[in-house]
Write a protein that binds this ligand. Structure first.
Ligand code: GDP
Ligand code: MG
Length: 163
């Protein structure tokens, strides 16, 4: 199976929550408890009859204060190497941070296919806020709630087209 999607983004945007939803597993560690470090996780998913692999990156040292830019950078570069499509995740509740800009920059310089995913869009009010992320210079955004699942179907429809 050559189809690989990697979820990248700074800590706490919800990568592991999306991974769990896409792979219907509970294997990724969602950042509620502290002290967890784990690098990357691989899971399987299927959508519209197409099987693909999903990679959850990060895990980092929990507690966003402890995360070094270098660790995030390393994970993004590995994802660029090994994935066919990158899911670049952002958090609608925080807007665009310096770390987000750094990740965006690395992805722009790669020639990879990237889907920009604005997470934590749990309700219609937040949907309006999500359009702010067009300021990253992208043509397409996917607003999702990894917690309640809204928007993930549209994201998956697009993802499997790109493999
Ligand atoms: P990661 O560090 O990027 O892997 O982020 P996690 O998946 O560990 O999630 C970080 C925090 O964001 C946790 O408290 C999650 O429950 C929360 N979270 C993840 N997705 C959503 C979402 O769609 N909506 C809301 N409100 N919270 C979310
Ligand atoms: Mg995580």
């Amino acid at each position: 199976m050559g189809n690989i999607a990697a979820i990248v983004g700074r800590p706490n945007v919800g990568k592991s929550t999306l991974f769990n939803r896409l792979t219907e597993s509970r294997s990724a560690i969602v950042n509620e408890e502290s002290g967890v470090t784990r690098d990357r996780l691989y899971g399987k998913s299927i959508w519209n009859g197409l099987e693909f692999s999903v990679v959850d990156t990060g895990g980092y040292a929990v507690g966003s204060e402890d995360v070094f830019e270098e660790e995030i950078r390393k994970q993004v570069l590995i994802a660029i190497e090994e994935a066919d499509v990158i899911l670049f995740m952002l958090d609608v509740t925080t807007g665009i941070t310096d770390y987000d800009e750094m990740v965006a920059d690395l992805l722009r310089r790669s020639k990879k296919k990237v889907l920009v995913v604005v997470n934590k869009v749990d309700n219609p009010e937040r949907l309006a806020d999500a359009s702010y992320f067009y300021s990253l210079g992208v043509e397409e955004l996917f607003s999702v709630s990894s917690i309640n699942g809204s928007g993930t179907g549209e994201l998956l429809d697009r993802l499997v087209e790109l493999f």
